[in-house]
Design a protein around this ligand. Structure first.
Ligand code: SF4
Length: 453
């Protein structure tokens, strides 16, 4: 272990640690210094690509976010309404349950009125799959093992092949075959991978290769290793999720940890977050997981500090307001809303636009440069209009700025809300202890040269 590593850790704790813990420290140290071992971006597994309507997954195509309706599929109105809400939130593929023939026969009417690919979820009854395919769905989710006789699987494969649509096989905690359960017990990743391979082999046996697979456990570790094992066995694309992950808050954490770990290992081609709540939340969480891993570069990413006793503006509502008023923007942009000048300038300068709070003001940064200071009550409108200019996209129709702003011209006249930084007594002073604090000219002396005009 290097001296540096020891000095940056609690040396007493290391002295008291058992030998194997020291080995782990040693490994961490080596790994930390062996920068070549890091991948800056996720190194995605090479998988085959499949086409689900207009969406391609696998083969390096962007990871698609999908969800599933909770309505009775026979109720076309309610199902379409829910799918439209999912679309508005950014859902890219939607799945519906097909419980009976009436539900299967509703699929065409639903498909007509939506803009994203439709997937039929079917169990046991192959005739439902045949009807769903006839109705024009873009993918079927079924497990050939529970469809039964060979001629039934053959009929589904040939109908899907005729229409050029894929089949997704889904192995879940609750659907492991008895013999694998007996041999491996519950929550064994190898059992999940082997169960998936059995289903794949049935389809491949029918010369059907347009396949996606999921091995979703409710146990994060099991799911993680099941995908890892399966990745050594097949090149079919992976639909990733942690099944039945729970209600909104714990389910979001569990899904983010599980899906995040799997994606970070390069193993996902499409994701579905399973939450016991409105499925719109699943899409929000899914998109945020992808944004967090920089696997999706879309929309405004608001970086906000947690605030602390140094913060002298009402920052959290400001960050929430900026997030709410810019969530429809598509262009990728980073906006930093920071409470004070301790970490504020660093984050704000690294972002496309940002503010660092002072006493009743915010110091405004654009593209790494300090632009001026803005009164606290003008910060939200200013940030929203500046983001609108930078993205070239209009503010929302119901935004307070919509009447006057629309898409403001990029080349603007100077904004009267942005003032020169106050010289003399520094109103940021309270937040700059240890960093200088008193303004020597137009710029606080704690600002790096690169930020000064
Ligand atoms: Fe506190 Fe300032 Fe850090 Fe925000 S940026 S958490 S206000 S020190």
């Amino acid at each position: 272990m290097s001296e540096d590593t020891i000095s940056s850790t609690n040396s007493d704790a290391i002295d008291a640690a058992p030998a194997d813990a020291l080995d782990r420290q040693e490994y961490t140290g080596k790994y930390r210094y062996g920068m070549a071992e890091y991948e800056k971006t996720v190194n995605r597994r090479k998988s085959k690509s499949i086409k689900i309507g207009k969406v391609l997954i696998g083969g390096g195509f962007p990871i698609a976010v999908q969800s599933m309706t909770t309505t009775d599929t026979r109720d076309v109105e309610a199902t379409v309404r829910q799918i439209q809400a999912l679309e508005n939130e950014g859902c890219e593929i939607v799945r519906v349950s097909v419980l009976n023939m009436e539900a299967a026969q509703s699929l065409g009417a639903i498909k007509e009125r939506i803009n994203i690919p439709l997937v039929a979820d079917i169990h046991f009854r192959y005739k439902l799959a045949l009807e769903a395919i006839k109705q024009g769905v873009h993918k079927v989710r079924l497990n050939p093992g529970n469809i039964g006789a060979r001629h039934k699987v053959e009929a589904v494969c040939s109908a899907a092949k005729d229409r050029g649509i894929p089949i997704r096989i889904g192995v879940n905690s609750g659907s492991l075959p008895q013999d694998l359960l007996k041999k491996y017990g519950h929550d064994d990743p190898e059992a999940f991978a082997l169960a998936a391979m059995r289903q794949i082999e049935i389809l491949e046996d029918h010369n059907f290769n347009d396949i996606a697979i999921s091995v979703k456990s409710t146990n994060v570790n099991t799911a993680f290793y099941a995908y890892k094992i399966l990745a050594t066995m097949t090149e079919h694309p992976f639909h990733v999720g942690i099944t039945e992950s729970g209600t909104l808050w714990p389910g979001t954490v569990k899904s983010s940890v599980g899906i995040g770990a799997i994606l970070l290992n390069g193993l996902g081609d499409t994701i579905r977050v399973s939450l016991a709540t409105d499925p719109v939340e699943e899409v929000k969480v899914g998109k945020q997981i992808l944004k967090s891993l920089e696997l999706k570069h879309e929309g405004v990413d608001v970086i906000a500090c947690p605030t602390c006793g140094r913060c002298q503006i009402d920052m959290i509502p400001l960050a929430e307001e900026v997030e709410r008023r810019t969530k429809h923007f598509k262009a990728p942009l980073k906006a930093a809303v920071m409470g004070c000048v301790v970490n504020g300038p660093g984050e704000a300068m690294a972002a496309d636009i940002g503010i660092a709070g002072g006493d009743g003001i915010g110091l405004l940064f654009k593209k790494g440069k300090v632009v001026g200071e803005v009164k606290e009550h003008e910060l939200a409108d200013l940030l929203v209009s500046e983001i609108s200019k930078l993205t070239g996209e209009a503010v929302a129709p119901d935004d307070p700025l919509s009447d006057i702003a629309g898409v403001p011209p990029i080349e603007k006249k100077s904004d009267s809300r942005i003032h020169k930084i106050t010289s003399g007594k520094n109103r940021l002073e309270g937040n700059t202890s240890g960093r200088g604090g008193t303004l020597k000219s137009e710029h606080p002396d704690w600002l790096p040269e690169s930020a000064k005009k």
